[in-house]
Design a protein around this ligand. Structure first.
Ligand SMILES: Nc1ncnc2c1ncn2[C@@H]1O[C@H](COP(=O)(O)OP(=O)(O)O)[C@@H](O)[C@H]1O
Ligand SMILES: [Mg+2]
Length: 265
């Protein structure tokens, strides 16, 4: 059984428009309905890291929100661990996303957010400390988010997500807004963390290089209404390097072409 099974998933956002745009608006009776995901069938296996690529606005975040149970499918089903997703799951899923830290809480408090249910203070403290150290933030436990660099904030978010020991880690554009070097370093840390923890991890990105360097598999979505364009296993050895691996750079060129940007090749 796959960890996540997506069958015939379609998502239509229903618009609220009541006034027709023109007298003879052909869409008059459909309002502003937007077909975002069009009959998606996918399965994600236990422990794999899958990178989902697609142009902006194609529905990547929508797909993640549906898997996480924050949004309902219009048609079709999503099952996690064999059970149909009916709403957000508190323990098994944690969404790691940009600017998710609470500004009024310290690094220590933010990392401990998902551990409030642990009564044993000593146990809780060591879990927090272990994860603070894992992302190399020791010494910064009592800093507030605004006192940290962008990369440190992102590492604190990662520690918070992993501290709850989720079965599934969902990341929506985890490196957006980071400077180049921090982006590279963070990417490497997420790869190392995945090698170590082997949690099922879904990473949405619009960065082809991120997807090819990180993923055990990639899924490429077309523009809206999104359908699956490509599912590809990446069995290139790690650490991956475009210069040293001609197969990897060939695949990168093919995906650029597929996404309609031949000039980037
Ligand atoms: N809550 C919503 N209500 C209506 N339309 C939405 C909503 N969320 C997203 N959309 C629309 O759905 C499309 C896909 O959005 P999104 O999933 O955020 O794309 P991506 O993450 O790939 O950039 C966009 O056209 C967006 O405007
Ligand atoms: Mg998005």
């Amino acid at each position: 059984m796959s960890h996540i099974q997506i069958d015939n998933l379609t998502k239509i956002y229903v618009g609220r428009r009541t006034q027709p745009r023109t007298m003879h608006d052909p869409e008059e009776h459909s309002g502003d309905n937007v077909l975002v995901l069009n009959n998606i069938n996918l399965a994600f296996e236990e422990g794999e890291m899958v990178c989902i690529l697609g142009p902006s606005g194609c529905g990547k975040s929508t797909l993640l929100r549906i898997i996480a149970g924050f949004e309902a499918p219009t048609y079709g089903t999503v099952k996690v661990g064999g059970r149909k997703v009916r709403g957000p799951s508190d323990q098994s899923i944690f969404v790691f996303q940009h600017s998710g830290l609470y500004p009024w809480m310290t690094v220590y408090e933010n990392v401990g957010l998902g551990l409030r249910h642990i009564d044993d203070e000593e146990d809780k403290h060591s879990r927090i400390q272990e994860h603070v150290e894992m992302v190399e933030l020791e010494g910064f436990e009592h800093y507030y988010p605004h006192q940290l660099s962008g990369g440190m904030q992102r590492r604190a978010e990662l520690a918070r997500a992993i501290a709850v020991n989720p079965d599934l880690l969902i990341m929506d554009e985890p490196f957006s807004g980071l400077d180049f070097l921090t982006h590279m370093k963070m990417r490497e840390e997420v790869v190392n963390m995945h090698e170590f923890l082997r949690k099922t991890t879904l990473v949405v990105t619009h960065d082809i290089d991120d997807a090819l360097i990180m993923g055990d598999r990639i899924v490429v979505l077309s523009g809206r209404p999104s359908a699956i364009k490509l599912v590809h296993v990446l069995d290139f050895p790690r650490p991956r390097n475009f210069e040293k691996d001609p197969g990897l750079s060939r695949l990168r060129s093919e995906i650029f072409l597929m996404l309609g940007v031949p000039y980037a090749v």
